[in-house]
Design a protein around this ligand. Structure first.
Ligand code: PLP
Length: 447
C-alpha cells in the first residue's frame, strides 16, 4: 500500500523521541487517528491493543467518559492560569487529595509537567534543603546502575543507562552508583543459592563511608522499569529506607512508572510500608490524558525553605504550565474513578492472569526470564538461555518481536531485548490473555 499523505507529512517534518530517524523515514509507519477503551486505531482503521498504555500513562482506557467530561467542564471555566502569584481551584483540590492518598508524612505538593521535570525538582529540593540545614557538604546523590529518571541534564546525571547518557557525560554531575537489585543479572551473590542481599550491603558501605557528602538516595521503588523491568527482591526497599534514616540521607522515590496501581497497589512504596522523604508522580496521574507531574515532600523539608526574603530560602523553580488547570481537572477525575470503580481491588485477578500466562511464556527457548510486579511485566529475550547469553545488541531482537506483535494487533515496545507489557488497568482478563497470546506467538515467530 502506498504511503498516505499524513505519513509523508510526518516523515518530512517530525523528529521523533528516542528514535533513529534514518530508519523511521525508510520504514512503513503507523499513524494513530483515534482510540477507544484499551485499543488504539490507525488511519487505515486497523485496531491495536495498547499493550504499553501509550508509554505507561493510560490507566482507565482511552476516551474514558468521566475524564473527557471533566476536561470539557474545566474548558468552560479556564484552561490555564499561572501559579506564580496566583492559586487555582483544581490544583489546590488535587494537592489535598494527593496528600491524603500518598504515604504518610508527604504533606506538600510541588507541581511540574512530566516525570523528568518532577525528578529535576526533587534533586534541586534535596540539594537546597541541606544548604538550609547548614550541611552544604551533603550535595551528592546515590543512584542505581541502570537507573532511568528522565532525559533532562539533571535526571540524566542520576541515570545509569549508558546508551542514553554516554554522549552527554561532559555536561553531567557524577552520582555514586550502586548495583541494581536485579536477581536475574546478579553478579554479587555468585556461588550462593540464596540471596544475601549483597546489593543492600553495597549501599550500606557507600552510606557508611560517604554520608557526610550525600544528599539523597534516588530510586524507582520495586521495579526499575526502563532498565528492563528489574524487580527488586522482597525487603530491598524497606532496607533502603532503614539505611537512609540511619545515615541521615534523604530517600527520593521515583514513582513515575510504578505509581497509579501499576504494581498492584496504588503506589509501589505501599508494598513495604515505606514513607519516603520525597516522592515523584507523573505518567498515570491524569489517567494518560495530559502532561502533569508532582513532587511531594515532608513538612520537615518544606519548612527549611521558609524564611524572610533576605534569607534567600525561596525555591526558584517553576514552569509556564505548572499546575495547569485542565490537567489537574483530569487528575481529579482520574482519582474519582479509582475510588468509584474500586480499581485497586479489581486488580488481583488481572495480576494473576498475567502471572499464569507468563508461566507459559517463560518456557520458550529464547526467553531467559519473565519478570512481573503487578500489572507490569518484562520478557527478557536471550540467545542462549542456559548460559544467559544475550543477543548481539545490533540484532534488536526486542524490536523484532514488537514488529510481529503489531502485525497481530498488539502495540508493545521493547527496552533493549526486554519486551515490556504494561496494559491499561482497565484491560479485562480476556484482553490480557489475548494480548499475552499474541506476545507469545510473536516471540516464537521472531526468535
Ligand atoms: N522516571 C521514571 C521512573 C520513568 O520511567 C520515566 C519515564 O519513563 C521518567 C522518570 C521520565 O518521565 P517523562 O518521560 O515523563 O519525562
Amino acid at each position: 500500500m502506498g504511503m498516505s499523505e499524513i505519513e509523508l507529512q510526518n516523515k518530512k517534518y517530525v523528529w521523533h523521541p528516542f528514535t533513529q530517524m534514518k530508519s523511521w523515514v525508510s520504514n512503513e509507519q503507523t499513524v494513530i487517528a483515534e482510540a477507544k477503551g484499551n485499543k488504539i486505531i490507525d488511519t487505515e482503521g486497523k485496531e491495536y491493543f495498547d499493550g504499553v498504555s501509550s508509554l505507561w500513562v493510560n490507566i482507565h482506557g482511552h476516551r474514558k467518559a468521566e475524564i473527557d467530561q471533566a476536561i470539557i467542564e474545566q474548558l468552560g471555566k479556564v484552561a490555564h492560569s499561572t501559579m506564580i502569584g496566583l492559586a487555582n481551584i483544581p490544583a489546590t483540590q488535587l494537592a489535598e487529595k494527593l496528600v491524603e492518598i500518598t504515604p504518610s508524612g508527604l504533606n506538600k505538593v510541588f507541581y511540574s509537567d512530566d516525570g523528568s521535570t518532577a525528578v529535576e525538582v526533587a534533586i534541586k529540593i534535596a540539594f537546597q534543603y541541606w544548604q538550609h540545614c547548614g550541611l552544604a557538604k551533603k550535595s551528592r546523590f546515590v543512584s542505581l546502575n541502570q537507573a532511568y529518571h528522565g532525559d533532562t541534564i539533571g535526571t540524566v546525571s542520576v541515570g545509569g543507562i549508558d546508551l542514553f547518557h554516554r554522549v552527554f557525560k561532559p555536561l553531567l554531575f557524577e552520582p555514586i552508583q550502586i548495583p541494581s537489585p536485579s536477581c536475574y543479572h546478579c553478579t554479587l551473590s555468585v556461588g550462593s543459592d540464596t540471596c544475601s542481599m549483597a546489593c543492600v550491603e553495597a549501599l550500606e558501605k557507600v552510606l557508611q563511608e560517604n554520608n557526610e557528602e550525600i544528599a539523597a538516595v534516588i530510586l524507582e521503588p520495586m521495579v526499575q522499569a526502563t532498565a528492563g523491568i528489574l524487580v527488586s527482591p522482597p525487603g530491598y526497599l524497606s532496607k533502603v529506607r532503614e539505611l537512609t534514616k540511619k545515615y541521615n540521607v534523604l530517600l527520593i522515590v521515583d514513582e513515575v512508572a510504578t505509581g497509579w496501581g501499576r504494581t498492584g497497589k496504588m503506589f509501589a512504596c505501599e508494598h513495604e510500608n515505606v514513607n519516603p522523604d520525597i516522592m515523584i508522580l507523573s505518567k498515570g496521574i491524569t489517567g494518560g490524558y495530559l502532561a502533569l507531574a508532582v513532587t511531594l515532600t515532608t513538612d520537615e523539608i518544606y519548612n527549611q525553605f521558609l524564611g524572610d526574603l533576605h534569607e534567600k530560602k525561596t525555591f526558584y523553580h517553576g514552569h509556564s504550565y505548572t499546575g495547569n488547570q485542565l490537567a489537574c481537572a483530569a487528575a481529579l477525575a482520574n482519582l474519582k474513578i479509582f475510588r468509584d470503580e474500586n480499581v485497586i481491588d479489581g486488580l488481583a485477578t488481572k495480576v494473576k492472569a498475567i502471572e499464569d500466562k507468563l508461566l507459559d511464556i517463560r518456557q520458550l527457548r529464547h526467553v531467559g526470564d519473565a519478570r512481573q510486579c503487578g500489572m507490569i511485566a518484562g520478557i527478557e529475550l536471550v540467545k542462549d538461555k542456559e548460559n544467559k547469553i544475550p543477543y548481539p545488541w545490533e540484532q534488536t531482537m526486542g524490536g523484532a518481536v514488537c514488529i510481529k506483535a503489531r502485525q497481530h494487533g498488539l502495540f508493545i515496545r521493547p527496552v533493549g531485548d526486554v519486551v515490556v507489557f504494561m496494559p491499561p488497568l482497565s484491560s479485562s482478563i480476556e484482553d490480557i490473555v489475548c494480548m499475552l497470546e499474541i506476545l507469545k506467538k510473536s516471540v516464537e515467530e521472531a526468535t
